[in-house]
Design a protein around this ligand. Structure first.
Ligand SMILES: N[C@@H](CCC(=O)N[C@@H](CS)C(=O)NCC(=O)O)C(=O)O
Length: 194
């Protein structure tokens, strides 16, 4: 059987959550620079949305990290998913998308501290999701290392690194990160600090 191929970057939180999910499964990581040169052209051939991650499994091609999770979960049975689990994951995805949107605005030279409606909506979405999740930090739900906790870890770690959020008033998030930061796979998928 051929290894999975995962196309992505080492900074993307969407890619990182799939790399962590694949901790015990062999795959080839194809690192790419999505914004310029040949890699950008190659990415467009892999995925018309021009986004990473993309997973290849033989002649099957799956794009979007949530779909990649669904695909891999169907094959490897990592965890059961009821509708509440789906909703919680969609909430985390919403925060991640808002975070990536804020970074793209920043990179476009837009001051993300200005009170534009679009920017405020992204910031409020992140806050709202973290507020919504806060009871979960206290109970068993976030004590299990599964795709939810993996996704949340990848989001928080990335958003702090990119200075999109501050956890000054969120001790439960700080404790959550503390709880998992020494895991081997977290160290192996560390965001490059350059
Ligand atoms: N919904 C997508 C979002 C992926 C995404 O936004 N990836 C970013 C990198 S973190 C990207 O490829 N951005 C390039 C672009 O949007 O043009 C997923 O879950 O895979």
């Amino acid at each position: 059987m051929m290894n999975y191929e995962l196309y992505g970057s080492k900074t993307s939180p969407f890619v990182r959550r799939i790399r962590i999910l694949l901790e015990n499964i062999p795959y080839d990581f194809k690192e790419m620079n999505i914004f310029e040169g040949q890699d950008a052209i190659d990415l467009n051939k892999l995925n018309p949305i021009n986004q990473i991650p993309v997973l290849l499994d033989g002649d099957k091609k799956i794009w979007d990290s949530r779909q990649i999770f669904n695909y891999l979960n169907a094959l490897h049975r990592f965890q059961n998913m009821d509708w509440e689990d789906e909703n919680n994951l969609t909430a985390i995805d919403g925060a991640m998308n808002a975070g990536v949107t804020l970074l793209m605005l920043k990179r476009s030279g837009i001051n993300i501290n200005e009170p534009y409606l679009f920017i405020t909506r992204q910031r409020e979405r992140i806050d709202s999701v973290l507020d919504f999740l806060s009871p979960y930090f206290k109970n068993q739900a976030l004590k299990e290392w599964n795709f939810h906790t993996i996704s949340l870890y990848c989001f928080l770690d990335w958003a702090i690194f990119r200075e999109i959020i501050s956890l000054e008033h969120r001790p439960e998030c700080v404790a959550f990160l503390e709880q998992y930061k020494n895991k081997k796979i977290i160290e192996l998928t560390q965001i490059p600090k350059v």
